[in-house]
Design a protein around this ligand. Structure first.
Ligand code: NI
Length: 171
């Protein structure tokens, strides 16, 4: 297993639309294991392959308190069932910033698991938010795209400044 580097906003690679996984093979399972390790280490409750610069439709999630219920989603899609909910979202690719985003409350998730079996699952509350947030990543969309342009630009400017300071300190 290996820790993977997480891309940070406004890195243009986060805008890549990921391709469908054709075969759930050992390469994909290694990616899943590395993504889980990276997510738990961060720590975060979800990670999309896009965030580690792998542009395939793979997501890992664990919204459990004990961090012992990993959910692996390959080629995930969802249908809205009903409702709306608001939550202060954050993202490992937008470190340190939290903004209120409105999402569907109840969704029907369809995906393939790490053994290549398809499954369906009804999701609500935090899990529903997380699934929508991570599938956004696979389409090159970040949570900051759901807030005002003014707020987004402010976060962008601060992160660009922070990245420059970090580069300087490494020289
Ligand atoms: Ni995210």
């Amino acid at each position: 297993m290996a820790l993977l580097d997480i891309l940070e906003f406004p890195d243009p690679r986060l805008r890549t639309k990921a391709k469908a996984v054709k075969n759930v093979n050992d390469g994909i399972r290694t990616l899943v294991d590395d993504m889980l390790e990276t997510m738990y280490e961060a720590p975060g409750i979800g990670l999309a392959a896009t965030q580690v610069n792998v542009h395939q439709r793979v997501v890992v999630i664990d919204v459990s308190e004990e961090k012992n219920q990993p959910l692996v989603l390959i080629n995930p899609t969802y249908e809205v069932i009903e409702g709306e909910q608001e939550y202060d979202e954050g993202c490992l690719s937008v470190p340190g910033y939290y903004e209120t985003v409105s999402r569907s409350e109840k969704i029907l998730l369809k995906a393939t698991d790490r053994d290549g079996n398809t499954f369906e699952m009804q999701c609500d509350e935090l899990l529903a938010i997380c699934v929508q947030h991570e599938i956004d990543h696979l389409n090159g969309i970040l949570f900051v795209d759901h807030i005002s342009k003014l707020k987004r630009e402010r976060i962008k400017a601060k992160l660009v400044k922070a990245h420059k300071a970090e580069l300087k300190s490494r020289r």
